[in-house]
Write a protein that binds this ligand. Sequence first.
Ligand code: ADP
Length: 631
Amino acid sequence: MAKKQFKTESKKLLDMMVNSIYTNKEIFLRELISNASDAIDKSYFASLTDGTSNKSRNDYEIRLTPDKETRTLKITDNGCGMTKDELDNNLGVIAKSGSFDFKNNPENKDKEEIDIIGQFGVGFYSAFMVSDKITVESRAHGADEAYVWESEGADGYTISPCEKAEEGTVITLYIKADTEDEKYSEFLEEYKLRMLIKKYSDYIRYPIRMLTENEQLKEGSKDEYEKVTEDETLNSMIPLWKKPDSEVTEEEYANFYKEKYYDYEAPLKTIRQKAEGGVSFEAMLFIPSHAPFDYYSKNFEKGLQLYSSGVMIMEKCKDLLPDYFSFVHGLVDSSDLSLNISREMLQQDRQLKAIAKSVEKKIAAELKKMLDSDREGYEKFYTAFGTQLKWGLYSDYGMHKSVLQDLLMFKSSKEKKLVTLHEYVSNMTEEQKKIYFATGDSIEKISLLPQVESVISRGYEVLYLTEDVDEFALQILHTYEDKEFLNVCKENLDISTDEEKEALKKENEASKEMLDFIKESIGESLHSVRFSSTLGNHPATLSSEGEISVTMEKTLNRMPGAEENQIKAELVLELNLNHPISEKLKSLYSEDKDKLAKYSKIIYSNARLISGLSLNDPSELASLVCELMVE
Ligand code: ADP
């Protein structure tokens, strides 16, 4: 029979598996057991809901059959099985195609292949790490015929009809010959298989059985032993979330998490929740240590697994998680949900809503607890997912600000460390009325802004906002602990003393004509030009008037569809009254207006550059500067 070829990506993965660059080969068993358990879940769910199967829960099992003579290990399940097409589609292409999207992304080119295997569940193919050949005999639920899929690795596979009386799947691994480094025969040993099941698959909710040989005292004898064969169940079958937290080790949580959610790193935090009273449910939730590579893309799907009394009814129930906690993985098991409930009805379900609410509260409380008691852990979390919290706050117009505002952190001018808003406010001096912040591409650039320097020099702390979403999030919050937020680059920055203000006002009035002349000479749509006394050593700066700040202008105009409708901040050019340049401008106003016009353009262009704005006509600036040089 002609061999079919694997899809390109699958072939690459297979090559990696066959050549076994991954050292942790034993995980193949966990992957196959987990597939078998999923297949039984599907069959059991069908038996409970559509009446096409009359199996009961106790009829299900997963069986291991090692055979040293033929060097084979069989993994048998009586789950849903696969049709001919399913064998072709499921085993001919890599299931988690995300791993290759990841690899093809140029940013990740240099990453070791080993990372990729760690990063994603490689599932079924991992069996090629320990096998020369694999056959999969399967009969699908409700089908009359059975098929066998067979492959010796990268050169392709065949599918042909076979005899199989029972529904389900038998996977036969032809275990590789031992090498100097690897004792593959171990995978045919009872003790090893028993150990692997305990280590990785203990919580599987169906029995994993194996015929085992044990020594037993002969009946009636005190010292004579005999070998007896027993059908032993190797796993405890208690799902992890049904065991008391105190009986589950960190390692068990980590193994469960890594296998289920395809992560190579243990979770940052595991959360257990048990609710009784209103709706009763148990939840086991995980906060990842890092954002998955596709987290901030539209391919990412949030959701928790949903179980009804131990039977999985939905793989990803998105209604259980608000967007701002979309990074949470885990599951909810409730005895109050009906098994037969459809997806559409679930959305409306009152009990599901109550669970979601309670889960949300729990996550928020646990994060807050982490912030208070494990700062390092929280900062790691926040670096990975803080952006999502801020988008969450913004995207529902602050509806959840009470949940989110205390979880936010920003870098601050004091020690350039992350601080919470509460910490900022607690550090405020008595006369400080507002929470100051400044925006820009990086901490370094922000700290060089004239306004920032001057606010800091007056002893105030400034929050450095470097992400697009930051300023929008603060705008939605509006206040925190009754203190308003203020962008120091806005025109209404008010940190001067009354005398300073008075003097400035006079100066601005006296120089009105000149300032208007400067504004005219610049020619671009400026709101106004004025003197300022809070610019430290800087000659000039740009601030903005109104709702839209310079950074918001940049962010909004980058958004899709913004080309036609460009938004403009109302810019104010502030000239430093205490800088020699102001005197110079004044004298030019009476002596050489032509030159003043040129100077004005240069000062304005410089101020734009310092604020991170581009120039409409960079060559004009270049020629102006050159002209002055050769004078
Ligand atoms: P994953 O399980 O992560 O989706 P795998 O490569 O392990 O990826 O498996 C691919 C698919 O093959 C599974 O999603 C499932 O549909 C099918 N499959 C694998 N093993 C079995 C099995 N024992 N019974 C039924 N279907 C199976």
